[in-house]
Write a protein that binds this ligand. Structure first.
Ligand SMILES: [Zn+2]
Length: 284
């Protein structure tokens, strides 16, 4: 696909002082954790740029409430987002290899596969709509020393952020809890959403990802965006030395989770109240 005219104007960046070899992108793999509002638009841009391979993971199906954003259409309602995304992205650029997983990223039986997929990728883009999943991806990427971009829109739809995590070099997602970003950390399910805000966040995500993958330009650690004031905040993100994921106090969370799972199996998934009730009935 190297000689196609479709990449001509991307390669022409070189004429404006950007010293890059666009073809390097053709052998790169990007893993998308979530193809919702931000992830789907970012994936479309990567397809148009000619990324070699995209791995899409998302458990959601397309719902009517998603249609205020870009990418998905009315005909897609009720279908898994990853399957629809693959169909659309292949229509945009059939040369891009697309692998999909209609899976819960945090599921224990997906953990081994997820780790393998992270290792296969050059970059992970996390744009899921819940904080526990973001923390899980952060933990995995830091442990596997994989660079990743965490990006998302705020619940109000009026802001968002893009945060490049270089494990053990810049702050990880967990570290941001101790950094004053001027507003509450984003990443929760949105209550309101503006297609314009989401497109801005997706664009910033792809811009930073391209600069990182092709090694050009200045890459900020963190960009925050406020749609009401049209302000961008660029911030340096130093690691928190006491972070338990990437700092000195880091612990083996996999072992901790395994212990919790073992406890759950021993107690057959019963709640504490149910266990006390069982004890009471044994004593009687
Ligand atoms: Zn950290």
């Amino acid at each position: 696909m190297n000689d196609k005219k479709r990449y001509l104007r991307l390669k022409n960046l070189k004429e404006f002082g950007v010293d890059i070899t666009w073809e390097n992108l053709f052998s790169k793999t990007v893993l998308f954790a979530g193809v919702g509002g931000v992830g789907s638009i970012a994936a479309e841009m990567f397809a148009r740029c000619g990324i070699g391979k995209m791995i899409l993971i998302d458990l959601d199906i397309v719902e009517e409430v998603n249609l205020n954003r870009l990418f998905y259409t009315q005909e897609n309602i009720g279908k898994p987002k990853v399957e629809v995304a693959k169909e659309i992205l292949t229509k945009i650029n059939r040369d891009v290899e697309i692998e999909t997983y209609h899976s819960d990223i945090c599921a224990i039986d997906f953990e081994e596969k997820f780790e393998q997929l992270i290792k296969e990728s050059d970059l992970v883009i996390s744009s899921l709509d819940n904080i526990p999943a973001r923390l899980y991806i952060n933990e995995k990427c830091v442990q596997l020393r994989k660079e990743y971009i965490d990006s998302g829109a705020s619940r109000s739809g009026l802001g968002g952020y893009v945060h490049l995590v270089i494990p053990f070099k810049t702050a990880c997602y967990q570290c941001t809890g101790s950094i004053d970003l001027g507003e509450k950390k984003h990443g929760e399910p949105c209550t309101a959403s503006l297609p314009s805000t989401i497109a801005i966040i997706a664009s910033l995500t792809v811009e930073i990802a391209l600069k990182h993958l092709l090694n050009f330009g200045v890459i900020p650690d963190y960009i925050g965006f406020n749609a009401l004031t049209d302000q961008y905040i660029i911030q340096k993100m130093n690691r928190d030395p006491s972070c338990y994921i990437c700092g000195e106090r880091k612990t083996n969370l996999k072992e901790q989770r395994k212990s919790l799972q073992e406890i759950d199996e021993l107690t057959e998934g019963k709640t504490v109240d149910e266990l006390i009730q069982n004890l009471d009935s044994h004593e009687k």
